[in-house]
Design a protein around this ligand. Structure first.
Ligand code: AMP
Ligand code: MG
Length: 420
């Protein structure tokens, strides 16, 4: 039996970031950039006004005060999107709107609020633009001017490979004129449930049978993590069926296989055998609970197969520990760990002595986080995962955690409801 850390590092050793693909920028949030983005322009491209007001020569109004305002002749007007026809010479000003290019001759902008124009209703200002204004406050050179290149310089390395793209990066890409970017492609993750007891969701229950829920949980987890689920259906507990389905998955170009069930010590647990005969088994059994009977190996073409346990909670906890980081690495991520918080447990917690993953509900108290269990911790009780927002981690060798102990909790949803 190997440790959780050992198991993870063995899995990650056999997983590489996938090759680049171009995607339209609106499909890129959450993806990892492969290329370097260097700006071939400056942003903003020209000096422009940060305020609605008047473009002036700062020297002209250096002495302006509310008591002794300075009068300037208004020689033109410029809105955002246009270029002023007039030049600002001594004793003159050009009306200017936010974002409009600074006219020639001007070196600062006086906001409307600091002129007598501000006393007039907007309607009036629009119908009868002032031919003269009174400036009531001085400005210094560059005041209320956004200089060209303030945001991005020409030739600047703006985004480096490995950057996880968020809405703000999408905006930066748009401003630089990139309609598409190169990101790591999404892994195709083959999902295969095993078991003679499994029914499809539309089938009525029958004696000895249960519905196949793992396929759906796993597909949803894969999708949430950024992978593309490739559903291979249910393999019966017979070598041949499993082998055929695995080959079908390989033919469809799966980058990773996730099976569920068939990895215990039962008479019909065939996943390990098939992994051994079709490919190469790397390890089996991890020192954790739930999730001990995890198998990992490589199929032909070095395609990794993570054999998740069959019990729905074990499968999900194991997915979070091993499959999620593998998928994230394929996507090009380097931060592979689930976010954690330190939380005080509010009740005594029993543990098996293996690394325990206890389903908990974490709440934020006055002085830090608190965790209480979701109750029944059986590895078949999937609703214990549904009630939980975290997995409290109990170290190996610990059998009893008294109430009041601080534990590390892996957050399943962080912040509330949003955690890949
Ligand atoms: P196994 O490791 O194959 O013996 O599976 C352990 C238990 O997990 C079985 O007794 C089933 O109750 C349950 N199980 C296995 N596969 C699934 C599945 N796809 N959906 C729901 N439960 C499953
Ligand atoms: Mg089974």
């Amino acid at each position: 039996m190997i440790s959780v850390e050992d198991a993870l590092s063995q899995i990650l050793e056999h997983v590489r970031p996938l090759e680049p693909e171009p995607v339209p920028i609106l499909e890129a949030p959450g993806r990892v950039l492969v290329e370097e983005i260097v700006s071939d322009i400056q942003i903003p491209p020209f000096d422009n006004s940060a305020m609605d007001g008047y473009a002036v020569r700062s020297a002209d109004v250096a002495a302006a005060t509310p008591q002794v305002p300075v009068r300037l002749d208004v020689v033109g007007s410029v809105a955002a999107g246009y270029v002023a026809g007039a030049r600002v010479g001594p004793g003159t000003a050009v009306r200017i709107m936010t974002g409009a290019p600074l006219p020639q001759g001007a070196d600062a902008v006086v906001p409307y609020e600091d002129t007598d124009d501000f006393d007039r209703p907007k309607e009036d200002r629009l119908q009868r633009p002032a031919s003269q204004i009174e400036v009531r406050q001085p400005v210094r050179p560059r005041d209320h001017v956004r200089p060209a290149g303030e945001d991005i310089r020409h030739g600047e390395r703006v985004l480096a490979p490995g950057r996880v793209l968020r809405p703000q990066e999408i905006g930066v890409l748009a401003s630089l004129g990139h309609a598409a970017v190169l990101v790591h492609r999404r892994p195709r993750v083959a999902i295969l449930a095993t078991g003679d007891e499994l029914l499809e969701i539309h089938e009525p229950l029958a004696p000895g049978k249960i519905r196949n829920s793992n396929e759906y949980t796993n597909a949803a987890l894969v999708r949430r993590t950024g992978g593309v689920p490739l559903r291979l259906g249910i393999a019966r507990d017979a070598r041949e069926d499993l082998v055929n389905k695995i080959r079908a998955g390989l033919d469809q170009g799966a980058d990773l296989f996730l099976t569920s069930g068939g990895v215990s010590v039962g008479d019909y647990d065939v996943v390990k055998d098939v992994l051994g005969s079709e490919g190469r088994m790397q390890f089996w059994q991890v020192n954790m609970k739930p999730g001990k009977p995890l198998a990992f190996g490589l199929l032909p073409g070095s395609v990794p197969l993570i054999g998740l346990p069959g019990n729905p909670v074990s499968a999900m906890v194991s997915f979070e520990q091993f499959a999620r980081p593998a998928i994230l690495k394929m996507l090009g991520h380097t931060d592979l760990a689930k976010p954690t918080v330190q939380a005080v447990v509010d009740e005594d917690v029993k543990n098996s002595g293996r690394r325990g993953f206890i389903r908990v509900i974490v709440t934020r108290g006055e002085e830090g986080y608190h965790a209480r269990t979701t109750g029944e911790q059986g590895s078949g009780v999937l609703t214990s995962m549904s009630k939980a927002n975290g997995l409290a981690i109990v170290p190996e060798g610990t059998y009893h955690v008294p109430a009041g102990t601080e534990l590390t909790v892996q957050m399943l949803d962080w912040p509330e409801g949003a955690c890949a």
